[in-house]
Design a protein around this ligand. Structure first.
Ligand SMILES: O=P(O)(O)OC[C@H]1O[C@](O)(CO)[C@@H](O)[C@@H]1O
Length: 430
């Protein structure tokens, strides 16, 4: 993987090479803190050890127990779903992967109607074991399995922490269970049991994913000029400090669309603290050239764009044509066209003085994905050190959880009372 910072120099907002040189001493200090946290397996920093501490044999021992495998249905939310979804949606497999990471009754019913439940493994994932959406969906899925005459205890894999409802359920029914590693927040758990059980069930090379993570781990150093992850984390931090409060993440590969969703949780939940942070906007190239690019180029100078692509991709030749004005496409390929659009968008942003970073991996394969996930996690941790925020906690999400629980009679929470006090200014339609 490499990162190219050329298009953040002298843009609006922008950096200079002197600024980057000056920041590099802060990067060295931040790296020392990160290295200490990794060495001591400290909460959060432990995630950056996963390429070494994850146990692929334990993952396979749990997943190899399942036969008759046509599909895997993951029931989880946030970091308990997005890492696995990033990997599943980026890699081809004969085993279909589905994710229930929301409690929309129509979507849940529609999916359960379609799934061959007797040939599906239900992969229920929750670090806490108490997340309402995950537990509610699991209860609905289990009921559907019973109604389909499927013994749910034969088709369920649990991934959870040491305590909580799911651990108790797994123990009570002797279910295959994987441990969520200690000290790893959900959004940093892609390279652990949480993110790797699905690719293992789909027949992917999870050792290669971890090898990619090791590539990222081995590139960590005391300088942003030697570590792509730190270059990305430093530049995005410094641009945020200068007003780039939105980071539009725009992969030029459909296979990386879910990666942008995973990145959004990682970036927002880690860095959105104490009035600070950088809003991750999810985009997709080339599609969003016909959508959000207008805002990125001609809207407020308050954003940066992260352009991500594999340098090797399929070709798919475009047939020759005599259509007026389109003959230039004939004989080219869709891959060439997508790469031309990537470079054209990059140049168009630079021409409009909009800061943009190029992130390139060789291929969207297990190793490339492992390195990309690891690098963005390390970039996020580095950014958090530079911004002096508490990167690994997410206290702001708790208020809404209590309010929702109170509304459903799950306890006496003042947050739920506040819901009743909503101010109203209704404008009614027809
Ligand atoms: O794995 P759990 O405990 O169900 O949590 C799911 C998600 O909810 C959060 O805790 C936020 O509520 C995320 O940080 C986490 O990824």
């Amino acid at each position: 993987m490499h990162v190219d910072l050329g298009n953040v120099l002298d843009t609006t907002p922008g950096l200079t090479e002197e600024t980057l040189d000056r920041l590099d001493s802060r990067v060295a200090d931040a790296h020392d803190r990160i290295a200490t946290g990794m060495a001591d397996d400290e909460f959060g920093y432990a995630a950056l050890n996963l390429p070494e501490t994850a146990d692929p044999d334990a993952i396979r021992a749990a997943t190899d127990q399942f036969d008759r495998l046509e599909a895997v249905l993951t029931v989880g939310i946030g970091g308990s779903a997005l890492g696995a979804a990033t990997l599943a949606n980026a890699l081809e497999s004969d085993v279909d992967a589905y994710f229930l990471d929301n409690v929309d009754p129509d979507a849940v019913a529609s999916l359960l109607d379609r799934l061959p439940l007797d040939e599906t493994v239900v992969n229920v994932v929750s670090k806490s074991g108490t997340t309402a959406e995950t537990l509610a969906n699991f209860l609905v899925v289990r009921e559907a399995m019973a109604e389909a005459g499927v013994d749910w205890t034969d088709r369920t894999l649990v991934t959870t922490g040491e305590e909580g409802n799911l651990r108790a359920l797994a123990d009570a029914h002797d279910l295959p269970v994987l441990d969520v590693p200690d000290g790893v927040p959900g959004r940093f758990s892609a390279l652990s049991t949480v993110g790797l059980a699905v690719p293992a069930l789909q027949g992917h090379d999870i050792e290669a994913i971890l090898a990619g993570g090791r590539d990222g781990m081995e590139s960590l150093s005391g300088s942003l000029f030697e570590t792509p992850a730190y270059a990305y984390g430093t530049a995005t931090y410094a641009l945020a400090e200068r007003g780039a409060l939105t980071n539009a993440v725009m992969p030029y590969a459909e296979s990386l669309e879910t990666f942008a969703e995973w990145f959004a949780q990682l970036w927002a939940e880690s860095l959105g603290k104490d009035g600070l942070g950088q809003t991750p906007a999810r985009a997709l190239g080339a599609t969003d050239q016909h959508s959000q690019l207008q805002l990125y180029r001609a809207g407020p100078p308050d954003k940066l764009v992260s352009l991500i692509r594999p340098t090797e991709r399929a070709e798919t030749e475009i047939p020759e044509t005599d259509l007026d004005g389109l003959a230039y496409l004939g004989g080219s390929s869709l891959g060439d066209l997508l790469d031309a659009e990537f470079e054209a968008t990059e140049a168009s942003l630079a021409a409009a003085d909009v800061p943009n970073l190029r992130v390139e991996i060789d291929r969207v394969d297990e190793r490339g994905l492992g390195e990309l996930l690891y690098a963005m996690e390390a970039a996020c941790v580095l950014y958090g050190e530079l911004a002096s925020v508490s990167t690994f906690t997410q206290p702001a999400v708790e208020w809404g959880k209590k309010a929702a629980r109170g509304l459903l009679g799950g306890g006496d929470f003042p947050e739920a009372d506040a819901v009743a006090d909503k101010r109203e200014l209704r404008i009614d339609g027809s």
